[in-house]
Design a protein around this ligand. Structure first.
Ligand SMILES: [Zn+2]
Length: 405
């Protein structure tokens, strides 16, 4: 019989190995790849022997790739650079927005294995009609991904609303007009038969994750910021050290429903004077006296040629954003703001009125530079964020993806 002490000791060994595997993947992925085993030993403080043994496991599991020897390290045998693996494991992200649905599949190296984006009109729509359409496109993307040889490690569906703690149910999406929707049951038999389990998430949070991430496992700068996106609705998320800060129920960041004027115009959420009634696309087009279907590119063109009404409408949006963002910065002690989706290209025109409000209203504005920048361009950032979140589960816990573990 084994001595009584062997079991805890074996457990300690196994947990040490799991921790070391995670340290190695995090270090390699954060660097963007190209490190040798010797580099990893220096950066992680692990011995060369441990690094070699664990890297072999990561290579066999399809998490890390060994490339040709292309790093010259002076005299002696050249080092073999290691990289995030291509086409082995993939994360999937899908999204339904007010005017499009999209999906994207990424591998651990950040390569897009497949994607789609289809325009639509989903305001006040029926989820039982919309989600089967998404299910068909999603099934195509699953098949395209698997055809590359990649195994799917996770699937996230981004929706513009509040999601329950189990990530299975959308509680309320005001602009879609959806309440208590369990998407997995509505994506259709073809998608369900493929066996990809879908987790539901708030769209702005996944967009923010995409803005905080430079490729799978890589951290972008800034890594702590307030993210605000804007199309028909205004979404928001708080990112601290590259991670979403969700609040008590995971719902933090509903900046779109912060009051600008308590007796202002009625909002889809049932309240009055919410930020999105001033800075959302519908509100901006109304003030600009343009039809509600005016494409964003047309708004930009009118701004560039100096059309007065459009300038006024966007400046008013900047004013409202400034008030709401100043409240958030005062409350959360953040000094970096990233504006995403439809707000990103408007930054040069939003900035003057927005900054005026920040300068007046943020108490700490005299002691810290407040940065306001546009998020990197991405046609479907919530899908990218969903795929990245799925891949993050491999990077942070690689042992779970090593066969036999
Ligand atoms: Zn509202």
């Amino acid at each position: 019989m084994a001595p009584a002490t062997s079991r805890p000791s074996a457990a300690r060994q196994s947990s040490l190995r799991e921790t070391n595997l995670a340290v190695l993947t995090r270090t390699l992925f954060a660097s963007g790849g190209g490190l040798s085993r010797a580099d990893l030993a220096v950066r992680t403080g692990l011995t060369r022997a441990t690094v070699s043994r664990l890297c072999q496991e990561l290579i066999e599991a399809g998490i890390v790739d060994e490339h040709e020897q292309d790093v010259a390290t002076g005299p002696g045998r050249p080092a073999t650079p290691l990289h995030p693996a291509r086409r082995t494991l993939a994360g999937l992200g899908f999204e339904v927005n007010i005017d499009y649905m999209a999906g994207r599949s990424l591998d651990l190296a950040g390569t897009v294995l497949g994607e789609f984006k289809v325009p639509g009109s989903f305001a006040d729509s029926d989820p039982a009609a919309v989600l089967p359409q998404l299910g068909e496109l999603a099934a195509d993307l699953v098949e395209t991904t698997r055809a590359t040889g990649a195994r799917i490690v996770g699937t996230h569906l981004a929706l513009p609303g509040l999601v329950d703690a189990t990530a299975t149910t959308l509680l309320f999406a005001p602009n879609l007009g959806w309440r208590s929707v369990r998407p997995m049951g509505l994506l259709g038999n073809r998608f369900r038969a493929l066996g990809a389990e879908v987790r539901v998430a708030n769209d702005a949070k996944l967009q923010a994750l995409a803005a905080a991430t430079q490729g799978p496992g890589g951290e972008a700068k800034p890594s702590t910021f307030l993210y605000v996106s804007g199309d028909i609705g205004i979404g928001s998320a708080i990112i601290v050290d590259g991670e979403i800060s969700g609040g008590q129920h995971g719902w933090a960041g509903e900046l779109g429903h912060v009051s600008i004027e308590p007796f202002g115009p009625l909002c889809h959420c049932g309240s009055r004077g919410c930020l999105e009634r001033y800075a959302g696309k519908t509100a901006v087009l109304e003030v600009a006296q343009l039809p509600p279907t005016t494409p964003s590119a047309d708004v930009l063109r009118r701004l560039e040629i100096g059309e007065e009404r459009v300038h006024r409408a966007v400046a008013r949006a900047g004013w409202a954003l400034g008030i709401a963002i100043a409240d958030a910065l005062n409350l959360l002690d953040l000094s970096d703001v990233v504006l995403g989706t439809g707000l990103a290209p408007l930054v040069p025109w939003l900035e003057p009125s927005l900054r005026r409000e920040l300068a007046t209203r943020v108490l700490a504005a005299q002691f810290v530079d407040i940065s306001v920048v546009g998020a990197p361009e991405d046609p479907c950032p919530a899908s990218t964020g969903g795929a990245l979140r799925a891949l993050q589960s491999v990077i942070s816990r690689p042992a779970a993806w090593i066969p036999g573990d």
